[in-house]
Design a protein around this ligand. Structure first.
Ligand SMILES: *Cc1c(COP(=O)(O)O)cnc(C)c1O
Length: 592
């Protein structure tokens, strides 16, 4: 931030407090202030945070969501604690002869501005205790509380149901809960960002029971104060652990025999699925888009189908929208000062865009220049630096390379893709890492390598398709600023929400997308929809949508109307402040 005089700063922060009081009123929760306080904060537990500005690099959308949620809470002055591990080993990706490889980089919490506040001990059967260092970083009304030790390992190391993962999970849960006590904090609510964090709720249950509360009452209490946020569609895909693994890593950290016995009784055929345990301990449960809440098929241990509420993910606009563009939205009433949707209607937004067309085009040009400066210190698949011509149409794909997101779909008919790129003078930029550790037998790995080989073998694609390695937040932001058309083609029903599309439309890119995840929140979607009864039909729909999108981009009024309509349709969906309001409503209903 620029060097402001202290006086001005003081005035600015006073004005902000008034605003926040008003925000509480707008969400109809005047007594929220009594529910959440600095000593009774909103506690958010997550195995992954993606917040490079604070020195934490994640792996994907789950971490971006966690980071954005804390940023929104900080803006709105909500007392908020993010409990998460600090991974001292960070994964990066490099290509060698078009084959992906992992590189690991060391990180230290001190170097990233974290301060050590103490240590907690974790017990492991037949092994020496593990000592976790607890680090804190305060950011306005929010803070990070992190647990770490030198052998903690990287994020998502090993396999999902391995001993090492269970160790990381119990470190977060038991270690994190102990860290809260160390900092004299009592959670108003514990949000479990996926089931891997469930041991924080177990630790709370154990504390209540060891302090003399009976098990039944303690379960009721924990259930009332725990929220389970699910991002996984199929319960079978969740991690499960054997009784023997619990015996080594979990039970030694539980003091109350009643809790031991209770958890022991939840095993089926010697295994416990973390989702089953989480469903037991959380009354409030949500999925992260409307469609996801409808299709997620979960059952509790008695076989009853789990009901999930829908709270769609949003993004922290200030982190993801080009600042000049966000200012423009604010000045023209499209976004209000809480970063919630403003008063402007869709018709008004279209009119505002038409009147300011040259300004908006100019901002997109600036965005292209910003993308090129980010690309200047990055590498494409051949290890070279890419610069995208200022006046070329730019298509983009930037998401993890996993099967259901179908990154190779545009390459199904190479002649069609080439026709589009050449006849419209377009470029296609791609980025995204393979999930988990790279292994040469992995089918996604093979598919990425073979896609890159096909691109390399074709002189047209070689010139116009750029795969940028080591995808991260900064690249994501730059690509949103500088691209014209964003490709998002997950298999319908398999994307929990997705937030990349939100960043893109907020930066005035056109979306060529299947009707999935958060895209399907809006009916009918104000995007260019890719659809079809089978894969072949979807593929040809994709090519015709790409041509249509490029034609729109080339025509001023059509472009202005299309980006305005997309933005207007999704404004409520994408606002992170809206997401926070929905969580607060959901958790702290005014009737109690
Ligand atoms: C926004 C973002 C994501 C989210 O990806 P989705 O596929 O839309 O869920 C993942 N990784 C990074 C680096 C991001 O910036």
């Amino acid at each position: 931030m620029s060097g402001q005089v202290p006086k001005g700063k003081q005035r600015a922060s006073q004005a902000k407090i008034e605003d926040v009081a008003e925000f509480y009123q707008t969400i109809d929760r005047r007594n929220l202030i009594h529910k959440i306080s600095p000593v009774r904060p909103y506690v958010y537990t997550t195995m992954e945070v993606y917040d490079q500005a604070n020195g934490i690099r994640g792996a994907g959308g789950l971490g971006v969501l966690a980071a954005d949620t804390r940023r929104v809470a900080e803006d709105l002055e909500i007392p908020f604690v993010t409990l998460t591990p600090f991974y001292q080993t960070e994964r990066h990706q490099r290509l060698e002869k078009l084959e992906p490889h992992d590189d690991y980089v060391s990180r230290s919490p001190e170097a990233e501005g974290f301060r050590m506040i103490g240590q907690v001990v974790l017990h492991i059967k037949d092994k020496p205790d593990a000592t976790l260092d607890i680090y804190q970083k305060q950011l306005g009304s929010s803070r990070f509380l992190c647990m770490t030790e030198p052998n903690f390992g990287p994020l998502y190391c090993d396999t999902p149901s391995s001993d090492h993962r269970l160790y990381q999970m119990t470190s977060l849960g038991f270690g994190g809960y102990a860290a809260l006590k160390m900092a004299d904090l009592k959670p108003a609510v514990i949000q479990l960002n996926e089931t891997a964090t469930v041991f924080a709720a177990v630790a709370r249950l154990d504390e209540l029971c060891s302090n003399g509360m009976n098990l039944y009452e303690a379960i009721v209490y924990v259930r009332k104060h725990t929220l389970y946020t699910n991002h996984t569609l199929v319960q079978a895909a969740e991690s499960q652990f054997s009784y023997e693994q619990f015996d080594r890593f979990v039970f030694p950290n539980i003091k109350s025999p009643a809790v031991d016995h209770y958890i022991g009784g939840l095993f089926r055929d010697g295994y416990l699925q973390l989702s089953s345990l989480t469903i037991e301990l959380a009354e409030a449960k949500n999925c992260v888009s409307k469609l996801h809440a409808k299709v997620a098929d979960y059952h509790d241990l008695s076989g009853e189908k789990t009901h999930f509420s829908a709270i769609t993910n949003g993004i922290h606009l200030q982190s993801w929208v080009k600042p000049e563009l966000l200012d423009f939205y604010k000045h023209s009433g499209i976004i209000d000062r809480f970063n919630m949707p403003g008063a402007a209607t869709a018709d008004q937004i279209r009119r505002i865009f038409r009147t300011n067309l040259s300004r908006l085009r100019q901002l997109k040009q600036q965005g292209r220049a910003q993308l090129n400066s980010e690309l200047a210190h990055r590498q494409d698949q051949y290890g070279a630096v890419v610069q995208i011509p200022e006046d070329a149409i730019l298509l983009e794909y930037k998401r993890r390379f996993v099967e259901y997101k179908r990154p190779w779909m545009p390459f199904e008919d190479i002649e069609q893709l080439k026709g589009i790129l050449v006849s419209y003078d377009a470029h296609y930029i791609m980025a995204g890492m393979i999930a988990g550790n790279v292994s040469a037998n992995d089918s996604t790995y093979r598919k990425l390598a073979s896609m890159l080989q096909r691109i390399a073998d074709d002189p047209v694609l070689r010139r116009r398709v750029h795969y940028i390695t080591d995808y991260d937040e900064n690249l994501a932001r730059a690509m949103s600023f500088g691209s014209d058309i964003s490709v998002n083609v997950p298999v319908v029903g398999l994307e929990a929400c997705g937030t990349s599309f939100m960043k893109d439309l907020a930066n005035l890119a056109l979306l060529v997308t299947t009707n999935d995840g958060g895209v399907a929140d809006v009916a009918p979607p104000t995007t260019l929809l890719v659809s079809g009864d089978d894969y072949q039909e979807e593929v040809s729909s994709l090519y015709s949508r790409l041509r249509q999108a490029i034609n729109i981009c080339r025509h001023d009024d059509r472009w202005s109307d299309a980006v305005a309509t997309t933005l207007a349709g999704y404004l409520t969906t994408i606002c992170g402040a809206r997401m926070m309001r929905d969580y607060l409503h959901y958790l702290f209903r005014s009737d109690d």
